[in-house]
Design a protein around this ligand. Structure first.
Ligand code: SAM
Length: 272
């Protein structure tokens, strides 16, 4: 599994190039795209396609080569293969057949964006692409609203506007948004803004909607509820209204699985 650049062709390790020059074949997402990168670095190994629509058949081809004693590299169009990219099924098939899978580290758009986001003092959750259909996308965003972590999304230019509008409409508008655009490329831009300001930032300049995007939404502001999720909060609020504090906390713990101590502290706050 060989990571390749996410834009700047120089962002590839010496070890990755040595590997690509030494293997017998390279499985890649798009052969023309790969050839451009490989030719640039003087890699002459033959390529064959392995993408989301042929991954099972292409994995069989990888296995056949390995069984002949050959070495195969797998690359994707950009970054680390398998991350929002094909590769996972091939890795499982190769490991199941008893061959080793060796990861060669390198660029990954999410990690690159996070490193310059100023949000790495928070924990983060990598989501990748949200669903393309509006209803499913909105449902997923709502399900993430209370997750106590920064959220990391991938997005393409044709959906950036809809996605940013949905994030701004459904999440706490005071959360910060970091837009990391065209990373490692000529028009790289890393912009930070309150989520509420994001739709007008996008609309202010047509260039703001061009290119490839990583979106990072900062973690939700801390509440006094410790680590209670939205469902535990809801159940506890209902029970506190009807029952003595200790009994409400105890019952809420049994219903939601949340910690009784945390529920009890929160129940005291709610009563107070
Ligand atoms: N495997 C890749 C990785 O390791 O990051 C991700 C592949 S995924 C199909 C492509 C998405 O990654 C793009 O739509 C964009 O969201 C993000 N991406 C890739 N290159 C980028 C770049 N140079 N700048 C910003 N985002 C990028």
């Amino acid at each position: 599994m060989v990571a390749t650049p996410i834009g700047n062709l120089a962002d590839v390790s010496r070890r990755a190039l040595d590997c690509l020059r030494g293997v017998d074949a390279i499985a890649c997402e798009d052969t023309r795209h790969a050839r451009h990168f490989l030719d640039h670095h003087g890699v002459t190994a033959p390529v064959f396609p392995l993408h989301e629509h042929n991954e099972n058949a292409a994995s069989a081809r990888v296995l056949a080569l390995l069984a002949e004693g050959r070495a195969v590299a797998l690359i994707s169009d950009a970054g680390t293969p398998g991350i929002s990219d094909p590769g996972a099924r091939a890795v499982r098939a190769v490991q199941a057949a008893g061959f080793p899978v060796v990861p060669l580290p390198g660029p990954n758009a999410a990690a690159v964006a996070l490193s310059a986001s100023g949000l790495l003092d928070q924990r983060f959750l990598f989501i990748g692409f949200l669903p393309s259909r509006s209803a499913a996308r909105r449902t997923e965003i709502q399900s993430l609203a209370a997750v106590p972590a920064a959220l990391v999304f991938y997005e393409a230019p044709h959906r950036i506007s809809e996605t940013v509008h949905d994030l701004a409409g459904l999440l706490d508008p005071d959360r910060e948004l970091v837009v990391a655009r065209e990373l490692t490329k000529r028009f790289e831009q890393i912009a930070r803004m309150p989520l509420a300001a994001a739709p007008s930032w996008l609309a202010a300049d047509a260039n703001h909607q061009r290119g490839e995007f990583v979106l990072i939404v900062s973690a939700p502001p801390e509440t006094n509820s410790g680590s209670l999720d939205a469902e535990a909060e809801r159940v506890l609020a209902l029970l506190v209204a009807e029952l003595p504090t200790r009994q409400a906390a105890s019952l809420a713990a049994r219903i939601t699985g949340a910690a009784k101590n945390t529920l009890y502290s929160r129940a005291l706050e709610l009563k107070g």
